[in-house]
Design a protein around this ligand. Structure first.
Ligand SMILES: Nc1ncnc2c1ncn2[C@@H]1O[C@H](COP(=O)(O)OP(=O)(O)O)[C@@H](O)[C@H]1O
Ligand SMILES: [Mg+2]
Length: 460
């Protein structure tokens, strides 16, 4: 049930689209179908008897009851219909009219219901009445033994047909309802199929089930990230900046006695938000009074100098090449220090795997409380995995509804292969529609507490 509700909440658009389509299709079809009206006349069959003793009366009624059973079949015989066609000047063949005329004897009665269907309401009643009138003539004739005899059967019209006010088919309300339910069914099926085919990471549970890793923070989409990429105490997006504080806190909880200080940020693919996450993690660490440096180890597509408005010429590559000290290429942004990539080298992997790079990180670790390292995507190049060796903990950024489970897993295996300490996942770009997400994460401890409480009360 819960799964059904999550499916609905995630895929309500598909379901709604199908429902609307179903209703629209039903409306269009209803509109195109020619209406069919049914008019009905009622006949009464009596046995006309000359002498009225009881025996002949009961005999007569038995005769009538039996006789009446065979009458409905007569109603669409040419004998009855041909005069109707002529009389009303209908443009149909006998067979066609036969298909639209029927009769029925309600059980245990001597009544005959004569029905006629037509696209015109008035014509339907005309046909029904004409058929009824001709039927009477034909039946009374047939039951006469000699043509001079009076007919032993008398059929009379008890209720003439009147023009029906509304068509028998189509019934718009019914068709719309059918369209609605068909659309709903198809929509739910489509939603289920899409859900089954969709392997993207959507929430904490997906991360947990795919990797077993904790979600350190859920970062909402921030439309202002272009203008203000790095949080400040006065950032206009409080939920967004709060999520990085949450990330900072959760990292400190990872190992309370010895929290990881060198933090490497990476992800499966480009554009997941590694650089934004790294910069804001550095900013939130600095905000809590920790001496923090952000190091750009993305030596392929460096973005930090542009993002933070720093000088791009010197940086990590300059220091690794031995042309400068780390302190000489360190720049300041807000409360924290930054070393950008420097000029792009031909062999980034080798550079990041070098002893020199490890020494720089080690040296910065002595000067600063925290070193945050921004890296290239893991599925593209090995750089991040190589650099991960120099870090205490690795933070994997995942883009909500974009990163696929297999991609995340592949990235994770790449890190595990070099024995990196993968601390957890940052779920980035959580959509505003599921804005309750932030609340969801903050209520999570309460949930587990409740679970725990239930468990212990079950034991106790
Ligand atoms: N939470 C977010 N909300 C809105 N845009 C974001 C968010 N995180 C990242 N972005 C945008 O996504 C793009 C890629 O981010 P970036 O950090 O450069 O990715 P990466 O370093 O993984 O390639 C950038 O344009 C950035 O502004
Ligand atoms: Mg980047």
């Amino acid at each position: 049930m819960l799964e059904f509700l999550t499916l609905l909440s995630r895929r309500w658009r598909v379901v709604t689209a199908f429902v609307i389509l179903g209703i629209a299709a039903a409306a269009v079809l209803t509109n195109q179908v020619q209406p069919s009206y049914r008019a009905q006349a009622q006949l009464f069959v009596a046995f006309a008897s000359s002498d009225d003793n009881a025996a002949s009366l009961s005999q007569g009624s038995l005769f009538t009851a039996n006789r009446v059973k065979s009458y409905p079949d007569l109603v669409n015989s040419p004998l009855v219909l041909d005069p109707v066609i002529a009389e009303l000047g209908l443009d149909v063949t006998t067979e066609e009219l036969a298909g639209r005329v029927s009769a029925e004897v309600p059980p245990n009665t001597v009544l005959i219901e004569v029905r006629a269907d037509d696209s015109s309401s008035a014509r339907a009643s005309e046909i029904a009445n004409a058929v009824a009138a001709n039927f009477i003539t034909v039946v009374e004739d047939l039951d006469r033994i000699r043509s001079s005899d009076p007919s032993p059967v008398r059929v009379s019209i008890t209720r003439p047909a009147t023009a029906p006010g509304s068509p028998r088919t189509p019934i718009p309300a019914l068709n719309i309802a059918v369209g609605l339910f068909a659309g709903l069914g198809l929509g739910l099926a489509a939603a289920a199929v899409r859900e089954a085919l969709d392997t993207t990471i959507k929430d904490e549970n997906d991360i947990e089930s795919a990797t077993g890793l904790p979600t350190l923070a859920a970062v909402p989409i921030n439309p202002d990230v272009g203008q203000t990429p790095v949080l400040t105490p006065a950032t206009a997006a409080p939920v967004w900046s709060e999520s990085y504080r949450k990330l900072r806190t959760n990292i400190s909880y990872l190992d309370p006695d010895n929290p990881p200080r060198t933090l490497l940020v990476t992800s499966a693919l480009a554009g997941d938000g590694k650089s934004i996450t790294a910069a804001n993690l550095a900013a939130s660490l600095a905000q809590s009074g920790r001496r923090t440096i952000l190091v750009e180890a993305d030596l392929r597509r460096p973005t930090l100098s542009k993002l933070l408005g720093l000088v791009p010429d010197v940086g990590v590559t300059t220091v690794v090449a031995g042309r400068a000290e780390a302190a000489e290429v360190t720049q300041r942004f807000g409360d924290f220090d930054v070393i950008t990539s420097g000029s792009i080298p031909p062999n980034p992997s080798e550079l990041l795997g070098s002893q020199a790079f490890r020494q720089i990180v080690q040296q910065l670790r002595e000067t600063y409380d925290n070193v945050v390292i921004d890296t290239p995507p893991l599925l593209a190049v090995t750089d991040a995995a190589v650099a991960a060796v120099a870090a205490d903990a690795v933070i994997l950024v995942t883009q909500a509804r974009r990163t696929k489970k297999p991609e995340l897993l592949k990235a994770l295996y790449g890190l595990r292969a070099v024995d990196a300490n993968v601390a957890g996942v940052v779920l980035n770009r959580v959509s505003g529609a599921s804005g309750s997400y932030y609340q969801y994460t903050s209520t999570r401890p309460a949930r587990t507490d409740r679970k725990r409480a239930r468990r212990s009360s079950a034991q106790g």
